[in-house]
Design a protein around this ligand. Sequence first.
Ligand code: AP5
Length: 261
Amino acid sequence: MGASEELEYLKSLVAKLNDKIRALEAKSKATPPPAPSVQLRTILMGPPGAGKGTQAPRIKDEFCVCHLATGDMLREQVAQKTPLGVAAKKIMDAGGLVSDEIMVGMIKDQLENNKGCKNGFVLDGFPRTVPQAQKLDGMLEARKEKLNSVVQLQIDDQLLISRITGRLIHPASGRTYHREFHPPKKAMVDDVTGEPLIQRSDDNVETLTKRLGAFHSQTGPVVDYYKAKGLWHGIDAAQSPPVVWENLRKIFVESSDKPKP
Ligand code: AP5
């Protein structure tokens, strides 16, 4: 091929490439941006043993939101033997509540820094007092976000004793088992990792009685707080976990922010 022929060939190739680039640019402009994901911002409430920790991981997986469990956060501090952990363990083992200021700070930090909360969150164990609920409102207002729902897992206190005293935990993942209702495949061993399961130090009848007292006296008014805002839903948590899940899912699908058409 002579030099002039080669030049013509390259010019035509460049022209063809330019056409192709223009066509691709036009196509990409015509394609609408991907629809935003459904947003879910919900609170799971209920007495100790109601099933919050059993249901929340599934909500996290199916709705791609973060699961913020204040009890798990405190137990992490206890395991690391931080000053907060040492102080919190005493309060938790006595069935009391850790200060509002500390708990609000923990949630604020997560909402600001946890990238898993991009599509929303499920709060498990927070807010537990009216001041915590008011602070949460302030945080969400500053972020121009709104709660979609507050779901209370409702169950009689008498049913909770066997749930709590039979509960087994895999500390690293938070996976929950029950000696009788949901036993691991091998006794005292996590199904997924093969690591040992433990019993929580506050899972005994004496501490449970105090935790239930704190729930009724301090968290009861939080239920009224959200009822007044029209966000509250109740679910019968004495039903089996799959039935509880189906009821939760219905509430979330109906109340979560839909992607804009
Ligand atoms: P936290 O860890 O939040 O404990 P809790 O609220 O007492 O709740 P639990 O974790 O005991 O119960 P759950 O509802 O998750 O039940 P689960 O699904 O495991 O808090 C601990 C402590 O930290 C507090 O006491 C307080 O001191 C402090 N704290 C935390 N947050 C705070 C805050 N915001 N402010 C101040 N202090 C704070 O289920 C229980 C068992 O039942 C399991 O074995 C499970 O397998 C079984 N089960 C679950 N569902 C069913 C079902 N439908 N049928 C049969 N069995 C079931």
